[in-house]
Every structure is written in C-alpha cells, then in structure tokens.
Design a protein around this ligand. Structure first.
Ligand code: SF4
Length: 715
C-alpha cells in the first residue's frame, strides 16, 4: 500500500504497462484520493487472476512527488523575449492553464502560418487511450493540416504493420493469446523475450509446454528465460533471421512438408518464392547464422510434422534494417505450412506498449487515418474532409525517425509531444538532443519531467491512466475499458481535455478555416464515450464498438463491423484481407554496422522484466527499484576475462556515437562476442550507442545491432 486509510471504492481497469492487456482492480480510498493496492479480478478476459510484477506492484509512480501538477512555461516566453540563441531554454515558471495553452496555441499557429503546416510535428502516445490518440490524429490533420503525426510504434512494430500488410493485407496479430496457449501444437518464438516483456502470456506459454506438451522452439541470440522450457533453442547471430527462416523452409520443402492445398487455394507468387529458397542450403545457412545444421533439421521437422504452429515475435524481428523483410519471411513460413486462419496458428506479433495497437488503429501514423484508411486514397481523404469540414493534405507525413532529424535541419519548426521521451527511446541520443535543441518551439505533455523536457518550452501536466476514462486496445486487438479511479492530482488534467482545449484555441486563430457545421467539425466532447462514438462512425473496423457495449461486459476484438457484430478473434479465416496471401522472396542482408578492429563486439538491446522503456514510471516505483535499481550490461565470462574485468564490476561501452559506463553482469545468457543492455536508465542508456540506420520501408531503426568496444573501467 502506498497510502493511508482503508479502501472504500473498487475500480476495474486495464494495466498501463504492456500490450497483454491484463485487467485488475484498484482498491481506492476516495477521501485521501489514493490508490492503496492492486488486486486480481477473476473476470479479467485475458489474465484471470494472473498479474506480473509490474501490473501488481508497479503503480506507486502515480503518487510520486515528481508528478507535474501545474503547467510550466519558460520565463523568456512570459517576458515576450526571444529564446536564448545558444539553444538553452532558461528557467521554468509555473503558470495557469490559460497562459500555458494560449502560448502553445499561438506558437503552433505561428509555425503553421509562417512556414506551412508541415513545419509542425506531432508525436502521439501509445500510453494514452484510443480516444486521446484519435484526438491527436484529428488535431494534426484537421486543426494543423499536416500528416506529420507518429509515435513509438515506429520504433517497435512499424515493420510488422508494413510487412503483414504486404503479405496479407492487414498488419495485426491474427490470433488470440488464449487460443495460442490452448491450441497450438508448436509455438515458435523468434525475437521475443516473452517471459520478461509479456510476462502473463509468457506464463501461459510455459503452462502450454508443461501441462499439455506443446512443442516450443525459441530462436534468439540470447539464452533468455523461456529457452529453459524450449524443446529446441536456435541461437542465431543477431541480424541473420532471414537466412535462418529461409533455411528452415528450404528443408521443409525438401521433405515435402509444405501444405500444397493451402498454397494452391489461398496464395500467390509461390514459384518465385520457391526459386529464392534454393539458395538457402542448410550448410550455407549454418555458416551465416551459427546454428548447427542438425538443429536446423530438427526444427524444420518439428514445424513440418506438427500443426498448427503459432509464430510469435517482437523487437528481435522488427528492429533491423531488414525488419519488413524479416516479417515477410515469417508470413511466408505460415503460408507454406498452412497455419493461417486456423485456431492455434497465425502470425502473432506481440505489441509492446499497453495501447500501441490502439494508437496505430486511431491514425497515430503519418500515412493513415483511423482504421488504416490511407491518406493517399482519394476516397478516404474525401470522407474525412467531409467529416471534419476542411481540406486535408494528400501527402504522407514524416515518421518520428524522419521528424527528429528534420527538426535538426530546421525543416520542422515546432513540435507537440504527448507522453513520449525521444531522448531515451530513439537511437543515437546525442543526435536526438541536438535536433530537439534546434527546434523553435516544443510543447511536451507529460506526467513527470523527463529527459526530453530539458528541450521543451512548455510543459503540460497530463494524468496517469488511473485518473482518466477511455479504452486501450491490447496486442490481440481487444478493446478494453480504462476507468477513472482517482481524481486528477493537483491541477493536472486528463489528456483528452487538454488536447480538446488546445484544438479549440487553435481553431479560432490564423488562416486555416474549418466548417463548424461539418458532422464532426467541432470539438465539444463532454466525455470519452462521445469520442468513441465518433471513432466508430468513421472507422469501419471499430464501427460496432461503444463504451456501452464494453460496460455490459462484452469483450470485443476488432474488426467489429456493426453494433451487433461479435468481433473477430481470428483474422484471415478462409480469405486474407487482400484476397490471396502473397509470398515474397526475401534475401539475407547483413546488419548496417559490422564489428571491426576498433569496435570488435556486437551490442544488442532490449528491456528487462522490472522496467518499462525509458523508465519514467518504473524508476519511480519503490518495489521495482528494490529488485533492479541500475542498468546492467550482460557480458559472457570469456569476454569478461579477455577484457581483464578481473573481479571489477564496471565497464565502459563505446560506439561511434557515444559511450556509457555501467555495471557488468557476467553471464552465459549472451554468447562470446555479444553484449546486451537496456535503455531504462538515463545515466547509462544503450541509446547513447545505437545507430539510426533505418529499414527503407518502415523507417524502423536497427536497435538490435551496433558495433561496440567494451573495456574494464576503474573510477
Ligand atoms: Fe501489465 Fe503486461 Fe504485466 Fe499484464 S503482463 S500485468 S499487462 S505488464
């Protein structure tokens, strides 16, 4: 318990950490306005009574004294002065909401009307609700007039969305977690540290192996915890997934284990795919990946002889310069084996943030309106122009990985960022800091001061998920309610109210005219259910979703095409979204940066069980910090000896972009030549080292491979 008093209210809501979407009860004392504890709710559709350590104990950040409780603006703005020329922003001053919002509105209008709408960049938030993400999409497109809107999905699953859209016509998890855990004969996990990053689903997979004998194949460069339960662990070198998968498919075809009927009836471009496979002989694949030939045969046989197989992946597949090609290769595998559109099968990308699926669904992306309706399609554009009462841009906007460099080049003049911390989460932090410093104006809406707020001109205090209403959509496309448990702390306000207030102020200014008589031209919502009704009216995959249906206990997975449609637990049954599934020949391309004499080791990056992304919330949770309070660099004992660690604890890790000093964890989890680190702690974030090499289609950075030098460090 973090507060005084006994609980006098119970509020059922959805976890704000990962995409599994566990539900639980907040035990609240309304007099002290405090959350006292989290308890399980047996009705929770995904997790029942289960919760992981973050969901059960990681909520005390909500009451942390660092919370932003009043808007802040830089003193130079109040004095009507120019920003200091050296890029410094000067001291903060606490102000009332009117003052802060007037400044943000004026500055965004100034940039829009002086340099054009595309000089403004907007980052929305996968931590916020669907309703808030919809409003951010509407603010960017209707109010500012730009498609420059993106969010952290760019950094995690943009390659999944693009790859699956090319292969199948839509880019989301095809099956449900329960379905995989209960019905898959084989579970193939590649590039997902499931037990640490999606812990409740990881536990379900463990149970599937232990209780009903499901076969588990794990492909991962590290010996992650779930490998202890695996029938087979394929320890491929980072950045060799295409070779590995093509090698497995080569053996499957060699043995005739493919599903000819499925291929003939439901797919196209098979011949070109087959021809490409010829090249991936087991011997060649073994040389590229480091996986012994006999293991390739064992894995292919398990896959070929047991159906259905569910494939699960996460950042280990997506965060590469070949992220889209990796996803296409997995899409090929599941078509080859006929594992699509069936219970216990499917493609199952595990979304990271609690609402990253929803933020994508709501049009928090530069190329699509809500429901993946493309901004470049005239029909979709006309529909939204008519709904919102204004002409809309027809050109795809900038991704976050393009927007930040564009800020550095002076092309993006002003940004409005909701609940994101690019200094911690984007690659090459030094470069990110430089770019943000160059911006004319940055408004940041957050619950804590963050590493990015050093570059902000205005800080708008939003609220945690415990202080607002709305919905999140989990990794399996399930839309679930988020319910307000306590009153907003201090003068902080629910984010949807702040976005609406800002939109109303901007609509009255400058030279962009919106027709207020258009069906959805106005901004006068009094609750979040009304926002969901607007979403449903304009978004076919959400057409049947309403707060009222969720309140009576319906559990809906999109597409939900009408008010009496029951939702869609499995995608691509009988037909792919694009009609036939398309095979794509894919080719192994080495990572952008290779080890050399100066930087002889490979760094791969990720997260740990006890922390969450940039760590803003979990570093402010006492229980979680007790278990993991500093960043650790995993290093193999052989390497530790080679660099002369000799019982010392600290290492300096350097890349071409920067260097960090952190404690080493000497462990066999990583093979010789590979180290692993996380980006949870600003004092030693691996993003000081990572590089911004991008996948050409999805623009996702290659967080998973960087060349580094590791040395023993003494203070
Ligand atoms: Fe929250 Fe994910 Fe843990 Fe469930 S598994 S409690 S959603 S962090």
């Amino acid at each position: 318990s973090v507060g005084a008093g006994a609980p006098d209210k119970v509020v059922t809501t959805t976890c704000s950490y990962c995409g599994v979407g566990c539900q639980f009860d907040f035990q609240v004392n309304t007099k002290t306005n405090r959350i006292l504890r989290v308890t399980s709710n047996p009705q929770a559709p995904v997790n029942g009574m289960h919760l992981c350590v973050k969901g059960r104990y990681g909520y005390d950040y909500i009451h942390h004294p660092d919370r932003l409780l009043k808007p802040r603006v830089r003193e130079y703005l109040l004095k009507g002065e120019k920003r200091p020329a050296n890029g410094e922003r000067g001291p903060w001053v606490e102000v009332d909401w009117d003052t802060a919002l007037e400044i943000v509105a004026r500055k965004l209008v100034e940039a829009r009307d002086t340099y054009g709408p595309d000089s403004v960049g907007i980052l929305t938030s996968a931590k916020c609700t669907n309703e808030e993400n919809y409003l951010m999409n509407k603010l960017a497109r209707q109010v500012i007039g730009t498609n420059n809107i993106d969010h952290c999905a760019r950094l995690c699953h943009s390659s999944t969305v693009a790859g699956l859209a090319l292969a199948y016509g839509s880019g989301a998890m095809s099956n449900s977690m329960k379905d995989v855990a209960e019905k898959a004969a084989v579970i193939f996990i590649i590039g997902s540290n499931t037990t640490e990053q999606h812990p409740v689903f990881g536990a379900m997979i463990r149970q599937a192996v232990l209780k009903r004998g499901a076969k588990l194949i794990v492909a991962d460069p590290r010996k992650i915890d779930i490998t202890e339960f695996a029938t087979l662990h394929l320890q491929q070198r980072p950045g060799t997934d295409i070779a590995l998968l093509n090698g497995l498919m080569h053996i499957i075809v060699q043995n005739g284990w493919q599903d000819e009927a499925f291929i003939a009836e439901r797919t196209e471009n098979y011949e070109a795919f087959l021809e490409n496979l010829q090249d991936y002989t087991p011997e060649k694949v073994s040389a590229i990946t480091g996986v012994p030939v006999e293991r390739l045969y064992q894995a292919a046989e398990i896959m070929g002889k047991n159906r259905p197989m569910a494939v699960i992946w996460a950042m280990g597949i997506t965060q590469h310069i070949v992220g889209v090609q990796n996803v296409l290769t997995l899409a090929n595998l599941q078509m080859l084996l006929g594992n699509m559109g069936v219970p216990g099968g499917g493609v199952n990308p595990l979304r990271g943030q609690n609402n990253v699926q929803g933020a994508c669904d709501m049009g928090g992306l530069p190329d699509v309106y809500p429901g993946y309706q493309r901004v470049t399609t005239e029909e979709a554009r006309l529909k939204f122009e008519q709904a919102w009462g204004v002409a809309l841009p027809d050109k795809v906007g900038l991704t976050v990985t393009e927007m930040i460099p564009a800020a550095g080049e002076g092309k993006i003049k002003a940004m409005y960022i909701l609940g994101e911390n690019p200094v911690m989460s984007d690659p090459d932090s030094n470069h990110v800091r430089h770019c943000l410093q160059t911006l004319d104006f940055l408004a940041l809406q957050e619950i804590f001061p963050s590493e990015t707020s050093a570059y902000a001109d205005v800080l708008l205090p939003g609220v945690s998920f415990a202080e607002k209403d709305g919905t999140f959509t989990n990794t399996e496309r399930r839309v679930q309610r988020v319910r307000q448990a306590i009153q907003p702390l201090g003068e902080a306000r629910p984010d949807w109210m702040i976005i609406q207030d800002l939109a109303q102020r901007i609509l009255g200014q400058g030279n962009r005219q919106v027709n207020p008589e258009a069906p959805y031209g106005k901004w006068n919502y009094t609750n979040t259910a009304q926002i969901m009704d607007e979403i449903a009216a304009l978004t076919p995959i959400y057409a049947g979703i309403s707060h009222a249906r969720l309140e009576v206990g319906e559990s809906l997975q999109w597409p939900v095409r009408s008010k009496d449609h029951p939702g869609t637990p499995i995608l691509h049954v009988g037909r792919f979204t694009r009609g036939k599934g398309k095979f794509h020949p894919t080719v192994h391309v080495p990572p952008a940066e290779q080890p050399d004499r100066t930087y002889p080791m490979v760094l791969t990056t990720g997260r740990v069980l006890y922390h969450w992304h940039g760590g803003e919330m979990t570093r402010r949770s006492k229980g979680l910090m007790k278990v993991y309070d500093r960043p650790l660099i995993e290093i193999n004992p052989e390497d530790a000896q080679r660099i002369g660690l000799n019982g010392k604890r600290m290492v300096r890790v350097s890349s071409r972009r920067g260097s960090i000093i952190a404690e080493a964890w000497i462990t066999e989890r990583v093979p010789p030549g590979l180290i692993y680190g996380n980006f949870h702690f600003p004092e030693a974030s691996v993003n000081e080292l990572t590089l911004a090499a991008l996948d050409p289609i999805s623009k996702i950075p290659e967080f998973k491979v960087a060349a580094v030098r590791v040395e023993a460090y003494s203070e």
